[in-house]
Design a protein around this ligand. Structure first.
Ligand SMILES: [Zn+2]
Length: 322
């Protein structure tokens, strides 16, 4: 085997046809316990592309972690050709504490590309960007909605990128949401390196939703099939519905504080004026309707039973792409 065909990663040498679990060690806890961030690598005997599959950049986003867990447990990560690298929980620190942030209080997804001598979060970002990401030809990064806000399954990409558009279509989530790369995010840093990334969002924090996890797992299978990497024993199915492409959207905010109940589920197509939900008070004295301000698709619903005036309660599309 030529030296080129050996993967040099995190101090290990992994040949074609080999499997390995390597550890992405960064720092110890204050108790001196080491924190292990497992990186699971599967290489086919046949050379081919390298796909990096990540989740848990935010420690509270368990739905994304569950998607990567299923990909590994079902053996979808054993490629017919090429290499698949899975990191199911990047922010193990946050995952232990059931916390979105890093123990240093930082949002890992706002410190990329990081620095060797920076904060703890920044060092993790730097190590990821220098020791793992450069091996990847494609990255699938799995996220979940924040707090009680339930995201419809969606792939987020920037506009006017032919490769990303094609891969997002292949993935086949109900929505493609065109959104700009946020400064200092993982997605933005990979974009700058010219490595395509599909960012998946689905569900809400501290919740595992089987519709969302199925969409994530099936989408991954479709992308691997498209790259001719999916193992022979797996079947791919076409998405049930055509993908809706959202290029602009707005949050509908609560006009009143109170108890909240949504009448529509995520992915519902609505008309201007349709009743989307109700805001009431505990004493039965008012019942305010929340109405759709325009025609569009509802792709995030706040599932919190108690809301305050100004809280974001529905995310609705305002502009679609054909
Ligand atoms: Zn996230």
């Amino acid at each position: 085997m030529s030296e080129k065909e050996v993967l040099h990663i995190l101090g290990e040498r992994i040949a074609l046809g080999e499997s390995a679990k390597v550890s992405f060690n960064v720092a110890k806890l204050h108790t001196q316990n080491t924190i292990d961030v497992p990186v699971i690598i599967e290489r086919s005997k046949k050379p081919g592309p390298t796909v990096l599959i990540t989740a848990g950049i935010h420690g509270d986003e368990v739905n994304g972690v569950e998607i990567v867990r299923q990909i590994i447990a079902k053996g979808i990560n054993k490629p017919k050709k090429g290499t698949i690298i899975c990191i199911p929980v990047i922010n193990v620190f946050g995952f232990i504490h059931m916390d979105r942030e890093f123990p240093d209080g930082r949002d890992l997804n706002r410190v990329f590309p990081g620095g060797k001598g920076g904060s703890l979060a920044s060092r993790v970002a730097h190590k990821l960007m220098t020791e793992i990401v450069p091996h990847a030809d494609l990255i699938l990064d799995f996220h979940t909605g924040g707090a009680d806000r339930f995201n419809a399954a969606q792939v987020r990409i920037v506009k006017n990128e032919i490769v990303l558009d094609e891969l997002a279509q292949v993935f086949g989530a109900p929505f493609i949401y065109y959104s700009k790369n946020l400064n200092k995010s993982f997605r933005n840093s990979c974009y700058k390196l010219g490595i395509p990334m599909l960012l998946f969002e689905g569900g809400k924090s501290f919740n595992i939703d089987s519709t969302i996890t199925n969409t994530g797992v099936n989408g991954t299978k479709r992308v691997l099939h498209h790259l001719e990497m999916l193992g022979r024993k797996f079947k791919v199915s076409k998405p049930k519905k055509n993908c809706v492409k959202i290029s602009d959207s707005k949050w509908i905010r609560a006009n009143h504080s109170g108890m909240f109940k949504a009448d529509v589920a995520v992915t519902t197509q609505v008309k201007k004026g349709d009743v989307l939900g109700h805001i009431t008070d505990p004493y039965g004295s008012f019942n305010h309707f929340v109405k759709a301000p325009n025609d569009g698709y509802i792709f995030n619903v706040n599932e919190s039973p108690i809301i305050y005036q100004g809280d974001a309660i529905f995310h609705i599309s305002t502009k679609l792409e054909s």
